[in-house]
Design a protein around this ligand. Structure first.
Ligand code: NDP
Ligand code: 8X3
Length: 249
Protein backbone atom coordinates (compact mmCIF):
# COMPACT_ATOMS: atom_id res chain seq x y z
CA UNK A 1 0.00 0.00 0.00
CA UNK A 2 1.25 3.50 -0.83
CA UNK A 3 2.53 5.39 2.19
CA UNK A 4 2.22 9.13 2.73
CA UNK A 5 4.85 11.46 4.18
CA UNK A 6 4.27 15.05 5.26
CA UNK A 7 7.50 17.02 4.87
CA UNK A 8 7.66 20.54 6.29
CA UNK A 9 10.06 22.95 4.59
CA UNK A 10 10.07 21.22 1.21
CA UNK A 11 10.81 24.36 -0.84
CA UNK A 12 14.59 23.99 -0.60
CA UNK A 13 17.49 22.05 0.88
CA UNK A 14 16.81 18.87 2.84
CA UNK A 15 13.04 19.04 2.47
CA UNK A 16 13.04 19.51 -1.30
CA UNK A 17 15.58 16.71 -1.79
CA UNK A 18 13.53 14.48 0.51
CA UNK A 19 10.31 15.15 -1.41
CA UNK A 20 12.09 13.93 -4.58
CA UNK A 21 13.59 10.90 -2.82
CA UNK A 22 10.32 9.75 -1.23
CA UNK A 23 8.29 10.23 -4.43
CA UNK A 24 10.97 8.29 -6.38
CA UNK A 25 10.63 5.50 -3.82
CA UNK A 26 6.86 5.32 -4.45
CA UNK A 27 5.56 7.41 -1.54
CA UNK A 28 2.90 10.09 -1.66
CA UNK A 29 4.32 13.35 -0.32
CA UNK A 30 2.65 16.41 1.17
CA UNK A 31 5.18 19.17 0.59
CA UNK A 32 4.87 22.32 2.69
CA UNK A 33 6.54 25.71 2.82
CA UNK A 34 5.77 29.40 2.43
CA UNK A 35 7.09 29.88 -1.12
CA UNK A 36 4.15 28.90 -3.32
CA UNK A 37 6.09 29.17 -6.59
CA UNK A 38 8.70 26.66 -5.37
CA UNK A 39 5.97 24.24 -4.30
CA UNK A 40 4.24 24.61 -7.68
CA UNK A 41 7.51 23.88 -9.52
CA UNK A 42 8.09 20.77 -7.42
CA UNK A 43 4.56 19.58 -8.09
CA UNK A 44 4.90 20.04 -11.86
CA UNK A 45 8.18 18.11 -11.74
CA UNK A 46 6.93 15.20 -9.61
CA UNK A 47 3.21 15.06 -10.51
CA UNK A 48 0.08 16.11 -8.62
CA UNK A 49 -0.93 12.45 -8.16
CA UNK A 50 2.26 11.88 -6.11
CA UNK A 51 2.96 15.26 -4.54
CA UNK A 52 0.36 17.46 -2.89
CA UNK A 53 1.40 20.98 -1.93
CA UNK A 54 0.28 22.84 1.18
CA UNK A 55 1.46 26.44 1.36
CA UNK A 56 1.56 27.86 4.90
CA UNK A 57 3.82 29.34 7.54
CA UNK A 58 4.40 26.66 10.19
CA UNK A 59 3.96 29.35 12.85
CA UNK A 60 0.46 30.20 11.56
CA UNK A 61 -1.67 27.48 13.15
CA UNK A 62 -5.03 28.49 11.57
CA UNK A 63 -3.45 28.53 8.06
CA UNK A 64 -1.74 25.21 8.75
CA UNK A 65 -4.96 23.61 10.01
CA UNK A 66 -6.94 24.90 7.03
CA UNK A 67 -4.41 23.37 4.63
CA UNK A 68 -4.21 20.04 6.48
CA UNK A 69 -7.96 19.76 6.94
CA UNK A 70 -8.33 20.06 3.14
CA UNK A 71 -5.99 17.22 2.17
CA UNK A 72 -7.34 15.39 -0.89
CA UNK A 73 -7.96 11.64 -1.27
CA UNK A 74 -4.70 9.74 -1.43
CA UNK A 75 -2.95 12.17 0.96
CA UNK A 76 -5.18 12.10 4.05
CA UNK A 77 -3.61 9.15 5.85
CA UNK A 78 -0.22 10.38 6.99
CA UNK A 79 2.26 7.60 7.88
CA UNK A 80 5.33 9.74 8.36
CA UNK A 81 5.82 13.26 9.68
CA UNK A 82 9.18 14.81 8.81
CA UNK A 83 9.57 17.94 10.95
CA UNK A 84 12.20 19.64 8.83
CA UNK A 85 11.19 23.32 8.50
CA UNK A 86 13.58 25.37 10.56
CA UNK A 87 16.19 28.06 10.52
CA UNK A 88 19.05 29.79 12.23
CA UNK A 89 19.20 33.59 12.31
CA UNK A 90 22.33 35.54 13.13
CA UNK A 91 25.95 34.59 13.69
CA UNK A 92 26.81 36.95 16.53
CA UNK A 93 27.48 35.99 20.14
CA UNK A 94 24.54 36.20 22.54
CA UNK A 95 25.51 39.58 23.96
CA UNK A 96 25.15 41.15 20.48
CA UNK A 97 22.18 39.11 19.28
CA UNK A 98 18.76 40.36 18.23
CA UNK A 99 15.96 39.17 20.54
CA UNK A 100 13.44 39.18 17.68
CA UNK A 101 15.65 36.68 15.81
CA UNK A 102 15.85 34.48 18.91
CA UNK A 103 12.06 34.55 19.22
CA UNK A 104 11.63 33.61 15.56
CA UNK A 105 13.95 30.61 15.91
CA UNK A 106 12.03 29.41 18.97
CA UNK A 107 8.67 29.96 17.26
CA UNK A 108 9.74 28.02 14.15
CA UNK A 109 12.13 25.35 15.42
CA UNK A 110 10.38 24.60 18.71
CA UNK A 111 6.80 25.89 19.04
CA UNK A 112 5.63 25.11 15.49
CA UNK A 113 7.27 21.67 15.55
CA UNK A 114 5.64 20.81 18.86
CA UNK A 115 2.25 22.06 17.70
CA UNK A 116 2.25 20.12 14.41
CA UNK A 117 3.43 16.98 16.17
CA UNK A 118 0.63 17.36 18.74
CA UNK A 119 -1.94 17.78 15.96
CA UNK A 120 -0.83 14.68 14.05
CA UNK A 121 -0.08 12.34 16.97
CA UNK A 122 -3.54 10.70 17.18
CA UNK A 123 -3.48 9.90 13.45
CA UNK A 124 0.12 8.66 13.61
CA UNK A 125 -0.73 6.40 16.55
CA UNK A 126 -3.79 5.04 14.70
CA UNK A 127 -1.58 4.15 11.70
CA UNK A 128 1.49 3.03 13.71
CA UNK A 129 3.36 5.71 11.81
CA UNK A 130 6.65 7.49 12.35
CA UNK A 131 8.13 10.89 13.17
CA UNK A 132 11.53 12.09 12.00
CA UNK A 133 12.68 15.35 13.55
CA UNK A 134 15.51 17.29 11.94
CA UNK A 135 17.76 18.42 14.77
CA UNK A 136 21.45 19.30 14.36
CA UNK A 137 24.95 18.72 15.69
CA UNK A 138 24.31 22.12 17.28
CA UNK A 139 22.01 20.29 19.71
CA UNK A 140 25.02 18.62 21.30
CA UNK A 141 28.05 20.82 20.59
CA UNK A 142 28.30 24.47 21.52
CA UNK A 143 29.95 27.00 19.22
CA UNK A 144 30.15 30.80 19.22
CA UNK A 145 26.99 32.27 17.74
CA UNK A 146 25.10 29.00 18.17
CA UNK A 147 23.23 30.27 21.26
CA UNK A 148 19.45 30.00 20.71
CA UNK A 149 19.74 27.96 17.50
CA UNK A 150 21.68 25.27 19.39
CA UNK A 151 19.24 25.53 22.28
CA UNK A 152 16.28 25.05 19.95
CA UNK A 153 17.86 21.98 18.40
CA UNK A 154 18.72 20.54 21.83
CA UNK A 155 15.00 20.83 22.51
CA UNK A 156 14.21 18.96 19.28
CA UNK A 157 16.60 16.12 20.17
CA UNK A 158 15.35 15.78 23.74
CA UNK A 159 11.69 16.12 22.68
CA UNK A 160 12.32 13.25 20.24
CA UNK A 161 13.72 11.05 23.01
CA UNK A 162 10.80 11.88 25.31
CA UNK A 163 8.30 11.17 22.54
CA UNK A 164 9.90 7.73 22.24
CA UNK A 165 9.17 7.15 25.92
CA UNK A 166 5.60 8.41 25.79
CA UNK A 167 4.83 6.46 22.62
CA UNK A 168 6.16 3.22 24.09
CA UNK A 169 3.91 0.37 23.03
CA UNK A 170 2.09 2.33 20.31
CA UNK A 171 4.32 1.13 17.47
CA UNK A 172 5.10 4.73 16.48
CA UNK A 173 8.76 5.22 15.63
CA UNK A 174 10.61 8.45 16.47
CA UNK A 175 14.01 9.51 15.19
CA UNK A 176 16.17 12.57 15.72
CA UNK A 177 18.50 13.31 12.79
CA UNK A 178 21.46 15.46 13.83
CA UNK A 179 23.53 16.66 10.86
CA UNK A 180 26.49 18.98 10.56
CA UNK A 181 27.15 21.27 7.60
CA UNK A 182 24.85 20.73 4.61
CA UNK A 183 25.03 22.99 1.54
CA UNK A 184 21.49 24.40 1.38
CA UNK A 185 19.96 27.87 1.74
CA UNK A 186 20.53 27.57 5.51
CA UNK A 187 23.57 29.90 5.70
CA UNK A 188 22.02 32.40 3.30
CA UNK A 189 19.03 32.67 5.65
CA UNK A 190 21.27 32.71 8.72
CA UNK A 191 23.63 35.45 7.53
CA UNK A 192 21.44 37.25 5.01
CA UNK A 193 24.59 37.50 2.88
CA UNK A 194 25.14 35.44 -0.31
CA UNK A 195 28.93 35.93 -0.08
CA UNK A 196 29.01 34.63 3.52
CA UNK A 197 26.90 31.66 2.48
CA UNK A 198 29.23 30.83 -0.45
CA UNK A 199 32.24 31.16 1.87
CA UNK A 200 30.67 28.75 4.35
CA UNK A 201 30.53 25.94 1.77
CA UNK A 202 33.75 26.73 -0.15
CA UNK A 203 36.97 24.67 -0.18
CA UNK A 204 35.61 21.38 1.17
CA UNK A 205 32.82 18.93 0.47
CA UNK A 206 29.80 19.64 2.68
CA UNK A 207 26.89 17.24 3.04
CA UNK A 208 24.09 17.74 0.50
CA UNK A 209 20.33 17.70 0.79
CA UNK A 210 20.44 14.44 -1.18
CA UNK A 211 22.74 12.86 1.48
CA UNK A 212 20.19 13.65 4.18
CA UNK A 213 17.23 12.64 1.99
CA UNK A 214 18.82 9.21 1.42
CA UNK A 215 19.34 8.89 5.19
CA UNK A 216 15.70 9.79 5.90
CA UNK A 217 14.45 7.29 3.34
CA UNK A 218 16.67 4.60 4.87
CA UNK A 219 15.38 5.36 8.38
CA UNK A 220 11.76 5.34 7.16
CA UNK A 221 12.02 2.06 5.28
CA UNK A 222 13.80 -0.07 7.87
CA UNK A 223 11.75 -3.03 9.12
CA UNK A 224 8.95 -1.90 11.43
CA UNK A 225 10.59 -3.35 14.55
CA UNK A 226 13.71 -1.17 14.07
CA UNK A 227 13.86 2.34 15.56
CA UNK A 228 16.84 4.63 14.95
CA UNK A 229 16.70 6.84 18.05
CA UNK A 230 19.22 9.44 16.98
CA UNK A 231 21.67 9.71 14.16
CA UNK A 232 24.49 12.25 13.99
CA UNK A 233 26.31 12.83 10.71
CA UNK A 234 28.89 15.30 9.43
CA UNK A 235 30.95 15.90 6.32
CA UNK A 236 34.34 14.21 6.69
CA UNK A 237 35.89 17.69 6.46
CA UNK A 238 34.01 18.89 9.57
CA UNK A 239 34.98 17.86 13.10
CA UNK A 240 34.97 19.20 16.61
CA UNK A 241 37.57 21.32 18.36
CA UNK A 242 38.07 21.35 22.11
CA UNK A 243 37.53 23.76 24.99
CA UNK A 244 38.58 27.40 24.96
CA UNK A 245 40.26 29.19 27.87
CA UNK A 246 40.23 32.97 28.30
CA UNK A 247 43.55 33.63 30.10
CA UNK A 248 44.28 36.85 31.96
CA UNK A 249 46.87 39.21 30.54
P1 NDP B 1 16.89 25.64 3.86
O1 NDP B 1 16.94 27.08 4.28
O2 NDP B 1 17.37 25.28 2.50
O3 NDP B 1 15.40 25.08 4.04
C1 NDP B 1 14.58 25.46 5.11
C2 NDP B 1 13.16 25.09 4.81
O4 NDP B 1 12.36 25.41 5.94
C3 NDP B 1 12.59 25.83 3.62
O5 NDP B 1 11.84 24.95 2.82
C4 NDP B 1 11.68 26.87 4.25
O6 NDP B 1 10.55 27.12 3.42
C5 NDP B 1 11.23 26.15 5.52
N1 NDP B 1 10.80 27.09 6.53
C6 NDP B 1 11.55 27.92 7.30
N2 NDP B 1 10.77 28.67 8.08
C7 NDP B 1 9.48 28.32 7.80
C8 NDP B 1 8.22 28.76 8.26
N3 NDP B 1 8.09 29.72 9.19
N4 NDP B 1 7.10 28.18 7.75
C9 NDP B 1 7.21 27.23 6.80
N5 NDP B 1 8.38 26.75 6.34
C10 NDP B 1 9.51 27.31 6.82
O7 NDP B 1 17.71 24.87 4.98
P2 NDP B 1 17.95 23.30 5.28
O8 NDP B 1 17.34 22.43 4.26
O9 NDP B 1 19.39 23.15 5.56
O10 NDP B 1 17.17 23.20 6.66
C11 NDP B 1 16.23 22.21 6.98
C12 NDP B 1 16.40 21.82 8.42
O11 NDP B 1 17.69 21.25 8.60
C13 NDP B 1 16.31 22.98 9.42
O12 NDP B 1 15.52 22.55 10.53
C14 NDP B 1 17.76 23.20 9.85
O13 NDP B 1 17.86 23.73 11.14
C15 NDP B 1 18.28 21.78 9.77
N6 NDP B 1 19.73 21.63 9.66
C16 NDP B 1 20.44 22.23 8.64
C17 NDP B 1 21.80 22.07 8.57
C18 NDP B 1 22.62 22.71 7.51
O14 NDP B 1 23.86 22.82 7.67
N7 NDP B 1 22.04 23.14 6.38
C19 NDP B 1 22.52 21.24 9.53
C20 NDP B 1 21.68 20.64 10.55
C21 NDP B 1 20.34 20.83 10.59
P3 NDP B 1 9.96 28.55 3.04
O15 NDP B 1 11.06 29.55 3.16
O16 NDP B 1 9.45 28.37 1.64
O17 NDP B 1 8.85 28.75 4.00
C1 8X3 C 1 23.61 23.66 11.63
C2 8X3 C 1 24.75 22.74 11.59
O1 8X3 C 1 27.30 22.62 11.42
O2 8X3 C 1 26.19 24.71 10.74
O3 8X3 C 1 22.48 22.96 12.08
O4 8X3 C 1 26.28 24.10 13.07
S1 8X3 C 1 26.22 23.57 11.69
Amino acid sequence: MTKTALITGATSGIGEASARAFVSAGWHVIATGRRAERLAALQSELGADKLHTACFDVCDEPARDKALDALPDGFRDIDLLINNAGLALGTKPAQQADLAQWRRMIDTNVTALVSLTHKLLPALIARKGAIINISSVAATYAYTGGNVYGGSKAFVSQFSRNLRSDLHGTGVRVTSIEPGMIATEFWLVRSGDPAASDAQYRGYKPLTGDDIAATLLWVATLPEHVNINRLELMPVAQSLAGMQIAREG
